[in-house]
Design a protein around this ligand. Structure first.
Ligand SMILES: Cc1ncc(COP(=O)(O)O)c(C=O)c1O
Length: 398
């Protein structure tokens, strides 16, 4: 059976990571990884998450199946965290959530739901977008097109272009938006721009599918939810893919949810039943452990406060490093103005240097970033920052 199949190439990001691991240079620096790292280069477990997990384990009396939609406490609390208490009450049963294996599972379940409604339009994604959006959605049977978003000549979002493209999208199509901390560019739209985007979606009868993988990593938990809340309060139909991988540090526990808003409680119930049917035929139900931890943590006031404090420190540290990089590079050379790095949001940003310089940084100095110039801000540290500034400046000034 398997004699005729060929080895597939490694995922470009994971492949680069492998090359990094094999690099013998003791001074090597990895700016290409997709996880948060502390000053020691570790991806720690949040202390509040560890405590919630221990309490969950101590109090758990059975491992029997959880409800198929997922842990009720997780679903209620994660909805409140992302959608906000008031809007959750206002939407009532027009809003439903189903626990999924991470944000990827949520994106896939959203795609399965769209396919099961008979949707035959396009899903429009930003150019560029997170690379995995394509296989995740296309392999469910959806077709994807892009709208203009990042403009490398501006080192930021070209909002007039984005809006112009959204205004051309046929009525009834789906628009995938990054809720915050755009991956890979780190360039977000402002709250005022969200207002305009939602106006266009409403006027053109477009359905947003909002990917929220970094709530709390950008401006703050509530600020990062602005687009989701606005869309849910103004539009009849909204899909949201939520991930707890980064903001709860639960990467390997595969924790997330798909949220559905539709025009009526009956339609939401029907849509939810299609998500449950899709889950059943793919993997039956989501893993429980991560959702159990988040549900427990968010129903405990003290643990929630502790987690929020930790999340704030993570965000502040990334902001310090981002600022340090921008200021360091601006002082060390005059060819590129790196202010846009300071203004980027979340874990990633583009460095906006020529591709040849990316390759030189890798071959000469064992500094690894993606060819798109995406760097993980959390790959910077107080220790490696001066080295990175010196070497990047040297290479781009040649
Ligand atoms: C934009 C975006 N969406 C979704 C995800 C999904 O993350 P996970 O499936 O690990 O929760 C990620 C993770 O890197 C991401 O960057």
């Amino acid at each position: 059976m398997f004699q005729n199949i060929e080895n597939l190439p490694a995922d470009p990001i994971l492949g680069l990571n492998q090359t990094f691991q094999q690099d013998a240079n003791p001074e090597k620096i990895n700016l290409s990884v997709g996880v948060y790292q502390n000053a020691q280069g570790h991806t720690p477990i949040f202390s509040a998450v560890k405590k919630a997990e221990q309490q969950l384990i101590d109090s758990q009396l059975t491992k029997t199946y959880a409800p198929q939609a997922g842990d009720p406490s997780f679903l209620a609390n994660i909805s409140k965290l992302l959608v906000g208490n008031e809007l959750v009450s206002a939407l009532g049963d027009r809003l439903a959530a189903v626990m999924t294996p991470g944000g990827c599972g949520a994106l896939r379940m959203g795609a399965e739901l769209l396919v099961s409604t008979g949707f035959s339009g396009n899903v429009w994604v930003s150019d560029p977008t997170w690379a995995n959006h394509f296989p995740l959605l296309q392999s469910a049977g959806l077709s994807l097109k892009t709208y203009r978003y990042y403009d490398s000549s501006l080192n930021g979002v070209n909002f007039p272009n984005m809006l112009e493209d959204l205004e051309q999208i046929p009525s009834g199509d789906v628009v995938l938006l990054h809720g915050c901390c755009h991956n890979p560019t780190g360039a977000d739209i402002t709250a005022a721009q969200w207002d305009q985007v939602v106006e266009v979606l409403k006027a053109r009868n477009l359905v947003p599918f909002i990917d929220v993988a970094y709530q709390g990593f950008g401006q703050g938990l509530d600020e990062d939810a602005y687009g989701v809340r606005l869309a849910m309060s103004k539009l009849p139909e909204v899909l949201v893919a939520n991930s707890c991988s980064k903001n709860f540090g639960l990467y390997r526990e595969r924790t997330g949810s798909i949220m559905i808003v539709s025009a009526t409680a009956e339609q939401t119930k029907a849509a939810q039943s299609h998500v449950l049917a899709a889950a059943r035929r793919c993997y039956s139900m989501s893993p429980y452990h991560g959702g159990g931890i988040v549900g427990h943590l968010l129903s405990d006031t003290a643990l929630t406060q502790e987690w929020k404090n930790e999340l704030n420190s993570v965000r502040e540290r990334m902001n310090r490093l981002r600022l340090g990089l921008a200021e360091g590079l601006n002082q060390a050379q005059s060819k590129i103005n790196f202010d846009f790095v300071a203004n980027s949001s979340g874990m990633f940003c583009y460095l906006g240097i020529p591709k040849q310089d990316v390759l030189t940084l890798r071959s000469e100095f064992a500094i690894y970033l993606l060819e798109s110039t995406r760097i993980n801000v959390a790959g910077l540290s107080e220790e490696n920052l001066p080295v990175i500034v010196e070497r990047v400046s040297e290479v781009i000034s040649r």
